[in-house]
Design a binder for this molecule. Structure first.
Ligand code: DAH
Length: 348
């Protein structure tokens, strides 16, 4: 083997022992650089006679190409090894189970809301929706709670920095009862002069008060009920509400009690209490709704003659019914957005 072939082999084995790109570049300089071996051999050519110079020059060039090729092969194999290492590190294990897509669920209060609507629709009630930002007249005055009436202090609320046409600040409605006024007035207007069918409606929605503890939230849900006709009595209220509770709780062993109370917009007024006749809550009276015969002043504000039109109203808390249906102990659970709590209702 010639000295030049030895040199190529030596370069080859040196290159292949190297694993760092920077080291490889240093090794390249030792052979091909300005003061490298090949360059040195080229310089020596000057001392040879012309004939020998050509031969030797061609042989050195061949060795130079051999070293360059060995260098390139090592560069390629290092790049390939690097790529393999990177792919291995970033490998996706396609046999792992996927994260999947979690389906959303309905909030328990919304579940109750939908249930309430469908139950009342099935017994002939319309369902109405109305504004959460209400005017003072509709929220209080039309419901027989004039300015400075002490009953207003039971329902402190949040005010909006905008005045209505009467110069009163708008407010977040404290109950769904203003929907009695809105719905009844629209109904009366719609049937003006014609034979008016009974007003028979529920109005579910959000309500607001300055209140916050384990059983009160500044925002909560109510549904209002109103049935006004020429011959509607408290017996109809009792029948309707009993039917509702039996269907809502899917059980008949429920006892109702109408306990005298006070609301400005009804006379007489009652709290509706219910009791389960079996199960964990057996024998405890649970307050679930305000109700009563609509006060003549309120009937007048509907645009109707209280001597002719009579009926009842009720207003119930949706959270309260939901807590009883599912056995939830703390009202605040409904508002913290804890999935561990909320997910329990998805299969219902
Ligand atoms: N609006 C009352 C409240 O929020 C509940 C209520 C009581 C509604 C009696 C009624 C009713 O319609 O007749 O406390």
């Amino acid at each position: 083997m010639t000295q030049l072939q030895d040199l190529v082999h030596q370069a080859e084995s040196e290159f292949s022992a190297i694993s760092q790109p920077a080291e490889l570049e240093n090794a390249k300089a030792r052979y091909l650089g300005k003061s490298g071996v090949i360059t040195g051999l080229m310089k020596e050519l000057a001392q040879l006679p012309p004939e020998a110079k050509r031969e030797r020059g061609a042989a050195i060039n061949l060795a130079k190409q051999g070293i360059e090729q060995a260098l390139q092969r090592r560069r390629d194999s290092m790049a390939e090894a690097e790529l393999h290492a990177r792919l291995a590190a970033q490998a996706i294990d396609v046999t792992l189970p996927g994260r999947g897509q979690q389906g959303g669920g309905l909030h328990p209060v919304v579940r109750s809301w939908m249930r309430i609507e469908s139950i009342f629709r099935s017994i002939g009630f319309d369902v109405a929706d109305g504004p959460e930002i209400e005017d003072d007249w509709t929220n209080f005055t039309a419901l027989n709670s004039p300015q400075n009436h002490p009953a207003r202090s039971m329902q402190d609320t949040f005010y909006v920095d905008v005045q209505d046409a009467r110069g009163q600040p708008l407010l977040l409605r404290t109950h769904t009862s203003p929907m009695q006024v809105r719905y009844a007035r629209a109904h009366v207007k719609r049937y003006a002069g014609a034979d008016m069918p009974d007003i028979k409606v529920i109005a579910p929605g959000r309500t607001y008060r300055v209140d916050s503890d384990a059983t009160h939230s500044p925002m909560f849900h109510q549904f209002e009920g109103l049935w006004i006709g020429e011959n509607v009595s408290l017996a109809d209220l009792k029948g309707t509400y009993t039917e509702f509770l039996h269907t809502f709780f899917e059980r008949d062993d429920i006892t109702l009690r109408f306990r005298p109370s006070y609301f400005p917009f009804t006379e007489p007024s009652a709290e509706i209490d219910m009791m389960f006749d079996s199960g964990p809550l057996q024998g405890r009276w649970l307050e679930i709704s305000g109700a009563g015969q609509v006060h003549p002043n309120v009937v007048r504000n509907f645009g109707l003659d209280p001597e002719r039109h009579i009926g009842f109203a009720f207003g119930s808390g949706i959270e309260r019914l939901t807590m009883l249906r599912y056995g939830v102990g703390d009202l605040r659970q409904f508002y913290v957005g804890d999935l561990r709590f909320l997910e329990q209702f998805n299969s219902d």
